[in-house]
Ligand binder design. Structure first.
Ligand code: CA
Length: 237
């Protein structure tokens, strides 16, 4: 597995690199955003780790540039700030996950494993039989082979994380799923974490899937989580 770590603090960078290399990752370090962008365009990586504050191009801008260029490699953002605004900005700019500094190395490794697992499902993971390659609910169809989604036959562009979130909801229709369930099944975490990221992604999915429709499918159950069911709403906003 080839990782690119973009971190301008040399001591932090070399500590992370050394530790990850013990875990059999191949780690390239870029010390600033400009160098990182050149590297990303020259080599293929399995995962990108961006520090938020960087000289040259900052972590948010790097995320945006990658996604604009259709580079879909998973991105983990490192932020020293931890404020919700920065986390949301990071996710808005196309990052798949974030980690607040200071973090434990075991947590970084867990996040990396989880992100990589999402692009390369484990061999023992249950796969759908070949005849059943799509999931549907109301007028939503999710094609597991093509990784495409339509609503009322109109294509809906989703990111990899949004796709997995929708897939999970479609596999559990008309059933309340908690934020922790979603975090565990969609993000692959089996330890307790802030579930804010779930709310952020539910909102993304709603904007793309439910915004223009009077039939709302993704619904909040206060204090419990979310449910996929048909709720007819005259006011589309
Ligand atoms: Ca920095």
């Amino acid at each position: 597995m080839r990782l690119l770590l973009v971190e301008d603090e040399p001591e932090v960078a070399s500590f992370i690199k050394k530790s990850l290399e013990e875990g059999d990752y191949e780690v390239t370090v870029a010390m600033d955003g400009t160098m990182a962008w050149e590297t990303i365009n020259s080599f293929k990586y399995d995962l990108l780790i961006f520090d938020l504050m960087l000289p040259g191009i900052n972590g948010l801008e790097l995320c945006k540039k990658c996604r604009q260029q259709k580079i879909l490699t998973p991105i983990l953002m490192l932020t020293a700030l931890g404020a919700t605004d920065n986390i949301i900005m990071g996710l808005d700019s196309g990052a798949d996950d974030y980690l607040t500094k200071p973090f434990k190395l075991t947590e970084l490794e867990a996040r990396i494993r989880s992100l990589l697992r999402r692009i390369r499902p484990a061999e023992n993971e249950v796969t759908e039989p070949p005849t059943k390659n799509s999931l549907a609910f109301a007028d939503v169809v999710l094609d597991l082979d093509e990784k495409s989604v339509t609503r009322n036959k109109v294509p809906v562009e989703l990111t990899a994380t949004e796709f997995r979130l929708l897939e999970y909801l479609l596999r559990n229709p008309r059933k309340v799923v908690s934020r922790m369930d979603i975090l565990e099944k969609v993000w692959g975490y089996d330890f307790n974490l802030n579930t804010k990221v779930v709310d952020v992604y539910i909102n993304y999915l709603r904007k793309k899937l439910d915004k223009d429709s009077k039939l709302k499918l993704i619904n909040t159950v206060t204090g419990m989580g979310y449910i996929l069911k048909e709720v007819y709403n005259e006011d589309p906003n």
